[in-house]
Write a protein that binds this ligand. Sequence first.
Ligand code: ZN
Length: 208
Amino acid sequence: MSALLRIRWAIAPRTAPQPHINCNRCGGLKAYRCSWKFRVNANGKRIDAWLIYRCVDCDNSWNFGILERCNRRDIEPALLMALESNDPALARRHAFDVIALRSRIRRVEEFPEVAVHKQMLGDRLENTTVLELQLGLEMPTSLRLDRLLASELGISRSRLQVWQQRQLLAIGPDGTKALRKPARMGTAIRIDLAGEPDRNDIISAASA
Ligand SMILES: [Zn+2]
């Protein structure tokens, strides 16, 4: 009897997207990096808040609008406190909001590298030959599923194709066509490793 091992992969992007802005200090199109700091401006009852970006070359700043001319009464006190204390979780949520960034800036560079935290949902047994990987995403990523699997399992992408052809690989709910698309929340990947001589290495890579 072969045993199945379930592992949850919690995936978080490593590097925040960088808008490319015409820098008026050093001249020309330059990448701007998130400073992870907010600027809050209270003008009477009106509140503005921005996330500050800085030119990678000259430190010139660009303000990414978070609140614009909002009435103080309409803002949750906890939100205002988070803005004023540069709350890292709030900064992270806005810094990785590539859709909002793209609505202001035409050119935004995204970085596909991710950190994967792996948690086994059962025990690894001697007869474990089937893996089920469950993907959780902190936020959307542009990283393709086949690249994610290849790098985290320590195998080549062509080997994934071989598994796909031999029907050793099943992907829910979207099927194996999901391999060539960005990794998505809730995807489950099942791999039958019974015939793979290096299965112990692959299971170790998948779980730690
Ligand atoms: Zn500059």
